[in-house]
Design a protein around this ligand. Sequence first.
Ligand code: ZN
Ligand code: FE
Length: 257
Amino acid sequence: MIMPQESPIVEPVPVLGDNYIWMFASEENHYVAVDPGTSDEVIQWLDDREGRLSHILLTHHHADHIGGVAALQKKYNPQTIGFHGDASRLPALDRTVQEGDTLNLGHSMAQVLETPGHTLGHVVYKVGDALFSGDTLFSLGCGRLFEGTAEMMWNSLNKLLSLPDETRLFCAHEYTLTNHGFALSLEPENPDLLAMQGKLMKKNDQNQPTLPTTLAEEKRVNPFLRCSDQSLITHLGLEKKNPIERFAQIRRWRNDY
Ligand code: ZN
Ligand code: FE
């Protein structure tokens, strides 16, 4: 028997150029897929392990996160889980969840947090120390504001910031290198950002994921989590703005980067 894991083994299935479908075990030979934007790669991954799909966790309704669901449902009949408030925009769900819900995934447990901003109905899942942050929080970045306001996203990011520093972040996209360039343009002297550069370039050259990252690391380098950092505020001339306005301004700059 697999006991609930404080630090689950999570593996990436890279798809669609820069998406990750994250996989972890629910029971022996049974796996959970987070945001399967495609199905073929997941089926291949499971075949390689003689595994089956027990659950699908969905963070939000965008096609690059749900595109593989129908085919995977047909093949494995997994329990499909998503936010109740967005059920009309998601594939057929077996279970709907909301803020504070706890899910049993075989021998794993997931905690649900609502993080609106990128879309109005975005949720993230925390399994042990692993946070599946979808398109809310990326390494060195955050999701675009397609539906929510800057204030909503700011509140969502702050909710994630209150999680333990050692939380490992499994983001839905590999945007880290581009985000790093942007972050460095805002904080050219941030020693932690400078120190990352070589490692990121190497991983990029070797086609290796830059994820997971940790909340502790992101607090040092992610400009969207550093809206209250005095040297960043001064360098960018944002002294007169409140934290939400500073966040909104950095998000606008990122859109144009
Ligand atoms: Zn999205
Ligand atoms: Fe996405």
